[in-house]
Write a protein that binds this ligand. Sequence first.
Ligand code: MD3
Ligand code: FE
Length: 217
Amino acid sequence: MTADLFDSVAEAQPSREQIADGAVLLRGFAKPIESGLIAAVRAIVAQSPFRRMTTPGGYQMSVAMTNCGERGWITDHTGYRYDPIDPRSDTPWPAMPLVFRDLARRAAEQGGFTGFAPDACLVNRYEPGTRLSLHQDKDELDFSAPIVSVSLGLPAIFLFGGMARSDKPRRFRLVHGDVVVWGGPSRLAYHGVAPLADGEHALLGRQRINLTFRRTR
Ligand code: MD3
Ligand code: FE
């Protein structure tokens, strides 16, 4: 009886932790729809496979990426941009699945942003040893919209810095099902991911998949 009571309280009050000004961590928010999300990732990857892109500086990224939605984030020797066409197939990116769109909107609402309608979703794949160095996300036109991130598979240490690259980052461990809404003053903070530790996830094996939902224009 007591356990049931606690369960209903947990449902009514989902975990919502403010980790910085404008940044809200929703622990386990994506867990109830994990199988739908993973099935959708598999369908996207069947059409637009993961690939390791080359930065304008000529380095190959260790993270493998793909996209869905009206536009996808790409980098090549000419720079970084959002593009409606997957350069690998020369056809549009896969459409954003309803299960993605709906999750992003509901999460953003928990973070205080109503009506979030992402037009791009970058899908990142980390294998053990893969990292993402400190950067800002500033290729979007409208910084008033938040970015919503969803972690699936192996846990990662997320590095959250300040407005200057030299600000010492705080570390957060993000696990399967965690969702973070990055808005307001956090929207332009430096951030990255520490090298992924090896492990085995029950649903995804030896990898971490991260979805980032963006409003690019
Ligand atoms: C804070 N991805 O795709 S998600 C990225 O885990 C990216 O794959 C990381 O950084 C990953 O650009 C981190 C969390 C995240 C995403 C975007 C942010 C945090 C952010 C934008 C602004 C501030
Ligand atoms: Fe980023």
